[in-house]
Structure formats: C-alpha cells, structure tokens
Design a protein around this ligand. Structure first.
Ligand code: F6P
Length: 501
C-alpha cells in the first residue's frame, strides 16, 4: 500500500484543502503569539518556523504522520545499532563517533591516534598539508575548516583537492615544497577514481618523501597499504559510518590539524548534544523532526520541490554544497523499502548561497518567480570579529528577506508586485563556534533520517552513483582507443571531438 493511502497522509491531504487559502500573513494576524508557538530552542540555537504555512493543526497532523511511521522506534533502532542500512546490511552509527562515552573502544583509539598525529605535525618541519578526497571525504572537513577559520591555531596550510583538475593541482604543487608538504588521502573505499588519480600524481611529486609524507584515512586498510601507505600512517574508520556522515571520524583529521584536537572535540560535543536532543525530545518540540516534517509538508502537500539554504556567513558558504550531498545522496531515491517504487516526491533539490550575495543573484526569482522556493535562513547574533555593525546588517538582511518573502508587496504597477506567502525557516544562534557547527550538521543529519523514515526509503546507501562510475571507466577506455561503434552516437561523436587536435 502506498504511504499516500495511509490515514495520516490522507488527513494531511484533506487539511491541505482546508488551509489552502489561508496565507502565512493571515496566520500571524490571527495569533500575535505565533512566533513563540512556532519556534524551538536548543541551547542558544533558535529554530523559527513561524513563517511556514502551517497551523497548530498542521503540526498535529504531521506529528501523527511521524507516529504512524513508527518514527520513535526508528530513532531507537538507529541509535541502538540496528541494521538500518538494509541494502548494505549495515548499521549507521555516526552518532557513536561523537559520543565520548561510547563503548566502542576503537573510536577512542583512533581519536588518540589523531591527537598524537596533530601534536607531531605541529612540531614537525611540515608547512603544508594536501588533503585529497571527494564527496563526504572532502565536503565535511572543508566546510568545518572554513566555518571555523577564526579558531585556527595551526601554522600548517591545509589545501583541499577534490576534483581531477590539473588547473588546480599543478599550480598548487608548483607553489609548494615537496620536502615540507604532507599528504592525507581521505577515502572510505580507497577505490574512488578521482582521489586515486590525484594521489598518484602527488605521490610522484613527493618523490623520495612519498613513503614518509603520505597518510591515509580509510575503512579499507588493505587498499591503502597496496597503494604504498605505511600501516602506521593509516587512520581507520568503519563500514558503519556512511561517507556523507563521516566528518566525525578520522575523515575530520584536517579539522584537528587546522584547529587543534580540542576544537575538533568541541565540534563532536556540539553534535552529541543535538543527538541527545533528537533522541529524547517529543516530536513537536524536536528540532530535526520538525524540520523534516515541515519539509514533507512543503514537498508532498504544497508541492515545493526545492529547498534553498542561505547562511548569512561567508564561513558557511560550503553549507549548501555539504547539504546537497547529505540530503540528495541520502534521500534522492524512489525505491521503497518494502519493494517497488514510491508514488510521491522525496528529496528536494538542495541549493543556495551565502546571504547577502544571494540577494544580488537569485532572490529576485524567489520574490517574483513562478516557482515557490522554501528557504532555510541561518544567521548568527554576533560575528567572531569586530566590527559588529556589519553583523547587524547581515541580520537585518536575513530577517528582511524572510519577511519580504512572507508579506510580499502590492503595487499599482503589476510588474512591481511581490505575491508573498513564500515560506522560510530562520535558524539563529549566538556566534559561530565549534559546538554550533557540530550542532547544525547533526541537526540536518537527523532531519534527513526522519524524512527517509517517513518516505520509507533508504537514506544510507547510494546505488545511483554506481552507474556513472562504471560508465566513466567505459568512456575512459574509448578515449584511450576503444571501439566507438558499441556506444550511442552522441558519446561516439563527443569522444571523436574530444580527440580532435
Ligand atoms: O558519491 C559517491 C561516494 O561514494 C560518496 O558517498 C562518498 O562520500 C564519495 O563517493 C567518496 O567515496 P570515498 O570516501 O570512498 O572515496
């Protein structure tokens, strides 16, 4: 039976008809305490979802949908290490990585190994570290290092290289000294073609220093030793950590190198606090749950199929890209857990950019376009650096944009009219800290899990990327002289053109 036929889903469909003509502004007019009723707190993080097109009945019906989906049991299963990743027969225990009281001793062992490595590197002659990795082996450490730049304590220069682009790698290598440069190869499988292609070039460039200056972070140690990484230079993690959930593992080593192990532990602590909130809080007061349910309301009942992420902080410019992988690689699926395919929308298209820049790029469309795009706005009360008046302008911009999306503006000139009634959520916190970064990432991880549970899809595998990986290898063969008459006419034509000199 399709989830759409469930009684909770049917009730929401009926409710949608009932409130279709009630605007968000009218909801505020009807209740001058709406902000307090439709916002949640977790330490200094405030989640304001009062500018979403929901009433208390909507929230009640959405929570009923969550209960009908046995969400509370699913959360317990997740934390208890049940096989929640059915297609790969694995648990998903990234939360254990940030639980300082975990009984998984291997986690503490690797954290000690990381701390020792950081300490050794701080007192070494190394000046630069190249970090090779892509997807979850790049986005997490890169995002956190950027977001927490004000907390950098190391003199080491960290250079992230993800893509296979000589116009990035070659100039970088030319700018570095191979005698004072280390390399960390971040790859869960240690089979990713992009990472290994870059690693081969860097290994050659390191020349006689290669063996002593290359470290690896992987769940497949044999593949790393086969590449030539010394066993004592390998930081292990485990198959029960998904790639896009791995920033908390040794994949986060660049964070510890840049910020120090204590700040890395602070990131873990912020995430752990969100885990505890998520595990123990009732649905309607549960921040990741409410984010997930609001998303389901917008996607499955209001038919808004994209979500813009707009953080008002340059240090969070990578957050949209990070969440693209987290949300779209986790829930960009149609296969239904009991077999067959869903007949409703699942993951939204995640995109975005920093505010205020977005206001001078795509916000025109969000205010007057034909598509309604819900937005997650994020803003801090304070910046890490002075002067604070710039932060005041960021806050004014963030709040002004969300207000404009909601209220719109009438005008006698039709082309100046902004229709309004465009939903957004605002996430506000005091200042960017290691803890808040951990909290934000964990919050979105749990939101994704809740949506996957309700959509009855599998958030922890990624079979859809395999076809592309296989075809890359096939086309490489064609570019290296393979038979062109076996492929489609476009690929053959493009290969011929690519080989034209
Ligand atoms: O995009 C597919 C994927 O497997 C991601 O899930 C993963 O984060 C990325 O490729 C890199 O994989 P690895 O860490 O094994 O190199």
């Amino acid at each position: 039976m399709s989830k759409k036929n469930s009684s909770a889903w049917q009730a929401l469909t009926a409710h949608r008809q009932h409130i279709a003509d009630v605007t968000i502004s009218e909801m505020f007019a009807a209740d001058n305490d709406r902000f307090n009723k439709f916002s949640l707190r977790h330490h200094d993080l405030l989640l304001d979802y009062s500018k979403q097109q929901v009433t208390k009945d909507t929230v009640q019906l959405l929570c009923a949908l969550a209960e009908e989906s046995n969400l509370q049991q699913a959360i317990r299963d997740l934390f208890n290490g049940a096989i929640v990743n059915q297609t790969e027969q694995r648990p998903a225990l990234h939360m254990e990585l940030r639980n300082s009281e975990t009984n998984r001793s291997e986690i503490a062992t690797v954290l000690v190994q990381m701390a020792e490595f950081v300490s050794k590197m701080q007192s070494s002659d190394y000046t630069d570290v190249i970090v090779l990795g892509i997807g979850g082996s790049d986005l997490g450490p890169r995002l956190v290092c950027e977001a927490l730049a004000p907390y950098k304590i190391s003199s080491l220069n960290i250079h992230f290289v993800a893509n296979v682009d000589s116009d990035t790698l070659t100039p970088l290598l030319k700018s570095l000294d191979y005698n004072t440069t280390a390399c960390i190869i971040n790859s869960k499988t240690f089979t990713t073609i992009e990472t290994l292609a870059n690693a081969a070039i860097v290994k050659t460039w390191l020349d006689s220093n290669a063996t002593s200056s290359i470290w690896a972070v992987t769940a497949h140690v044999k593949n790393a030793t086969a590449f030539g990484v010394k066993p004592e230079h390998i930081f292990a993690f485990w198959d029960w950590v998904g790639g896009r959930y791995s920033v908390w593992s040794a994949v986060g080593l660049p964070i510890a190198l840049s910020l120090g192990i204590d700040n890395f532990r602070r990131v873990l602590a912020g995430a752990h606090a969100m885990d505890q909130h998520f595990y123990a809080t009732e649905l309607s007061k549960n921040i990741p749950v409410m984010q997930a349910l609001i998303g389901i309301w917008n996607i499955n009942f209001l038919n808004y199929n994209t979500l813009a992420i707009q953080p008002y902080a340059d240090g969070l410019q990578l957050l949209p890209a990070y969440l693209q992988q987290l949300e779209m690689e986790s829930n960009g699926k149609a296969a239904e857990n009991s077999g067959g395919f869903v007949d409703y929308q699942t993951a939204p298209v995640i995109w975005g950019g920093v505010g205020c820049n977005g206001q001078h790029a795509y916000m025109q469309m969000l205010h007057q376009g034909t598509q309604i795009v819900p937005v997650d706005f994020l803003v801090a009360r304070r910046s890490c650096n002075e002067p604070q008046e710039l932060q005041q302008l960021l806050i004014a911009s963030c709040l002004g944009q969300s207000q404009a999306l909601m209220t719109g503006r009438k005008d006698p000139l039709y082309y100046k009219v902004c229709p309004g009634n465009r939903p957004s959520t605002t996430i506000m916190f005091d200042v960017i800290t290691p803890e808040i970064i951990g909290t934000l990432i964990a919050m979105y991880e749990h939101k994704v899990f809740v949506q996957g549970t309700i959509w009855q899809i599998q958030p922890f595998d990624q079979w859809g990327v395999q076809l592309g990986k296989d075809l890359i290898t096939d086309v490489l063969g064609l570019l290296r002289g393979g038979e062109l008459n076996q492929v489609d006419n476009s690929t053959a034509g493009l290969v011929r053109y690519a080989l034209t000199r």
